[in-house]
Design a protein around this ligand. Structure first.
Ligand SMILES: Cc1cc2nc3c(=O)[nH]c(=O)nc-3n(C[C@H](O)[C@H](O)[C@H](O)COP(=O)(O)OP(=O)(O)OC[C@H]3O[C@@H](n4cnc5c(N)ncnc54)[C@H](O)[C@@H]3O)c2cc1C
Length: 471
């Protein structure tokens, strides 16, 4: 017989989404059990590793609500559900203020607009993983301490496995706890398990035929349990074919000093990204997250490289807090350098003639102002196309780093899980990276992981508290 525990709410996952939800529930007078599969005191999750920047489409979260809403709809090419876009645009600022009231500290990490609200101490200071005592680690410890002061706790070593659904309503969740099983009988369940990037079968089904050739750019703890439980309960999915990630050195597959930083997006968006036959296959102007998704879709995701020249290496190559120049070669990432493009192609192992044709055609299109005529077309509104013309020339073999999946359980603006027909599944909610409907789509629109977690967490808790009053 499984042990039974009665709580107001079960929250699956102890990342930022789960702990925001649980603390807000406690503020509103409800008891939540947080189920966390990790057993360590500082269990790993993507929040533990986060860089800590709260932004909406790289804009300041405090910006005008209408402008943020528009930015979300533009970045996602209209894919974002309008009510979710509206919620994020309106509430991003409240999330930062609420976290400040919880004891989180923010700093301005650089002059860039999107760096206005960054968790302190900042989580990206050197190549490789650097999380202990930093942004997300400090935030999680603060939120867990607040929860325990409010009478709640995080049940570690407790992995949610199936939902209890009675007459179409979610009434709890069954979990493995150590060697045993435990049933949480509740009036609502919030899925906040962080996505499905750590589940190779689901990544193969929805995103990429060869998931073993992607680099996990996070904790890899999102195993898609929430997604699978929600599917079994009849939930609709949204945006599951895209992920938030970055372009990494291919050596990151084996060298831990090359992930999560430095990432090579600035080089990729300034230079030319080629596949194994020396051909372009992606519009570099759409940004690093888009390029990482395109690399993942190649027949061999470990066959792409960035081609660039000395001017790019000394210019965009130095952009960012942990730039490729000088960090990429300094920590062992392959950087091929040659006096001419033919020699570069030979060293990279791609056929010289097609690579030369690609680069010459690209440079020519820049000079003629004809980037739109390239195949694929090259946009230059967000990321200026730079010629590859000044020796020495460089090639950096790359891979796609998957941080977290962008899509998941389709939700409405109250974070309630939806069925295919758009009706809600009573008692079932999702928050954070487990949710779908805001990010992704053909443009691979990235809105912001942390802000999404905060808004959906607060909204889930508040809706559960309100619905209780009317029950
Ligand atoms: C290196 C890095 C840098 C980043 N930088 C930024 C940034 O600067 N700005 C930004 O907006 N976003 C950033 N992100 C993304 C952001 O951190 C994530 O979107 C966010 O932390 C996700 O939070 P979450 O609570 O949804 O998931 P997580 O933090 O991953 O938490 C989910 C938790 O659920 C647990 N879990 C999973 N399955 C189960 C189960 N069945 N039962 C019980 N528990 C379960 C996991 O163990 C985990 O602890 C970054 C991510 C990484 C990895």
């Amino acid at each position: 017989m499984a042990e039974e525990r009665r709580e107001d709410v079960a929250v699956v996952g102890g990342g930022i989404a789960g702990l925001v939800t649980a603390n807000r529930l406690a503020q509103l007078g409800l008891r939540a059990a947080v189920l966390e599969q990790g057993s360590a005191e500082r269990y790993l999750c993507n929040t533990r590793y986060t860089g800590g920047t709260f932004h909406v489409c790289f804009r300041d979260v405090m910006s005008d609500e209408g402008a943020l809403r528009q930015a979300i709809l533009e970045a996602t090419g209209g894919f974002a559900d309008e009510t979710l876009a509206g919620a994020i645009a309106l509430e991003g600022r409240r999330v930062v203020r609420w976290l400040q009231d919880e004891g989180a500290r923010f700093i301005k990490a650089s002059a860039a607009e999107y760096h206005r609200w960054v968790l302190a101490p900042p989580g990206r200071t050197r190549p490789g993983l650097d999380w202990e005592g930093r942004a997300g680690d400090v935030l999680l410890r603060t939120l867990e301490a607040n929860l325990s002061r409010r009478g709640g706790s995080v049940a570690r070593n407790t992995r949610a496995r199936s939902l209890i659904i009675e007459q179409g309503r979610c009434r709890g969740v069954v979990a493995r706890q150590g060697d045993g099983e435990i049933c949480f009988l509740t009036r609502a369940v919030v899925l906040a398990d962080g996505g499905f990037q750590g589940n190779a079968a689901l990544v193969r089904q929805y995103i990429c035929a060869r998931p073993e050739r992607l680099k996990q750019r996070g904790a890899g703890t999102g195993r898609g349990d929430g997604l699978q439980m929600a599917i079994a309960a009849g939930a609709k999915l949204a945006g599951v074919d895209r992920f938030y990630g970055h372009v990494l050195s291919r050596d990151a597959m084996t060298n831990d000093r090359l992930w999560p930083y430095p990432y090579l997006d600035s080089l990729a968006t300034a230079g030319v990204v080629v596949g194994p036959a020396g051909e372009r296959f992606v519009d570099e102007g759409r940004g690093g997250v888009y390029i990482a998704n395109a690399i993942a879709r190649l027949a061999d995701p470990l066959s792409a490289a960035i081609i660039f020249d000395h001017a790019i290496w000394e210019g965009p190559g130095r952009n960012g807090l942990i730039p490729a120049n000088p960090h990429l070669p300094a920590v062992g990432g392959t950087l091929i350098r040659a006096g001419d493009l033919e020699a570069l192609a030979r060293e990279l192992g791609v056929p010289p003639r097609p690579l030369l044709d690609t680069v010459r055609g690209y440079d020519d299109a820049i000079h003629r102002g004809a980037l739109a005529s390239l195949a694929p077309a090259r946009r230059s509104s967000r990321h200026r196309a730079c010629p590859v013309a000044v020796a020495p020339f460089y090639a950096a073999p790359v891979c796609a780093g998957i941080t977290n999946t962008m899509g998941g359980v389709a939700i409405n603006e109250h974070a309630q899980a939806l069925r295919e027909d758009g009706s809600v599944i009573p008692g079932l909610y999702a928050a954070g990276a487990a949710t779908g409907g805001l990010e992704g789509g053909p443009e691979v629109g990235y809105v912001g992981g942390l802000v999404k977690c905060g808004v959906t967490g607060l909204r889930a808790a508040e809706h559960i508290a309100r619905s209780g009053e009317s029950e």
